[in-house]
Design a protein around this ligand. Structure first.
Ligand SMILES: C[S@@+](CC[C@H](N)C(=O)[O-])C[C@H]1O[C@@H](n2cnc3c(N)ncnc32)[C@H](O)[C@@H]1O
Length: 281
């Protein structure tokens, strides 16, 4: 039987991840929605499941759907451990609804839920310090020296109380100057917020990214300093932190991406094809 390093049955794992992939909305490139490739999703799910076992885990954005992979693979007993509770915060209602629909269908709403949230807004009071692990695969901050990474990571940190851990998934290529700059800035930022780097897993994941198919991301794992005082309040973002958020001249100016209602959800949209009818039938 083929297995990953965590002794996961590969056939079962890939089939389950494929169910999750089938459920993902099409990515919007302008908001840096660029999906992780299937094999790397299997590995990532297995790593995060072990790493954050029994933790209350918050995702700040999750187009990749690693959150759903965790909950679903646990439910299907493909993995034997994982987070006890998962909340996904995302500004794209298509992501939120896709997770909610899937979780309803598979009866895993006790383990995973999703909610609309834009990280420019203060974190809602009821979420402050309620988790003890965060996960984010943010916009990679190529054009703003990692400011967008810091924004996503900061919301994850705010959502975490004592004994917090977290992972930031960002570009890792030593040939790409902005990637080195962002890695440095992210670690510096974490340290200023009383988190230290526990481990870096370099060049772990590949993406469906046409213009840079070889660009990989790393797992940058953080742990809180034992004396860290969890944040008491959150605040709105403004000004320079919103500039070049998704790339050069692509400022953050959208509150939410809202889903259009469709009766044929899950089917190919009828405007994407025509039927040529057989003659003499
Ligand atoms: C920015 S993408 C990063 C690439 C990642 N591989 C993906 O496609 O999910 C991660 C997630 O962040 C969400 N996102 C983008 N901007 C956001 C914002 N301002 N607030 C909250 N979520 C946001 C996207 O909808 C997406 O699901």
């Amino acid at each position: 039987m083929a297995t990953t390093s965590a002794q996961v049955d590969l056939r079962q794992a890939i089939n389950a991840v494929s169910d999750v992939i089938q459920n993902r909305p099409l990515p919007l490139r302008e908001f840096d929605q660029i999906y992780m490739k299937a094999g790397d999703m299997v590995m990532q799910t297995s790593i995060i499941a072990q790493r954050f076992a029994d933790r209350k885990l918050v995702f700040i954005g999750d187009g990749d759907s690693i959150s759903l992979c965790l909950a679903y693979l646990m439910h299907r007993k493909v993995i034997s451990e994982g987070p006890s509770e998962i909340l996904v915060l995302d500004f794209d209602q298509r992501m939120v609804n896709a997770i909610t629909r899937f979780a309803d269908d598979e009866r895993i709403t006790d383990r995973i839920s999703a909610r609309l949230y834009n990280c420019i807004d203060p974190l809602p009071d009821e979420l402050m310090g309620k988790f003890n692990a965060f996960y984010t695969n943010p916009p990679w901050g190529a054009s703003n020296s990692g400011e967008s990474v810091k924004v996503f990571a900061e919301r994850g940190m705010e959502a975490c109380g004592p004994d917090a851990v977290g992972v930031v998934v960002i570009a890792d290529d030593s040939e790409v100057e902005w990637s080195r700059r962002v890695l440095y800035e992210t670690q510096k930022f974490a340290s200023e917020h009383q988190f230290y780097v526990q481990e870096m897993q370099p060049k772990m994941h590949a993406y469906h990214l046409d213009d840079a198919p070889d660009l990989r991301s790393c797992n940058l794992f953080f742990r809180a300093h034992p004396d860290r005082q969890p944040a008491q309040r959150s605040y709105a973002l403004h000004g320079s932190r919103l500039e070049d958020f998704y790339g050069k001249n692509q400022n953050l100016r959208v509150q939410y991406v809202m889903e259009k209602e469709r009766v044929d959800y899950g089917k190919a949209p009828s405007e994407t094809y025509t039927l040529q009818i057989l003659e003499n039938k």
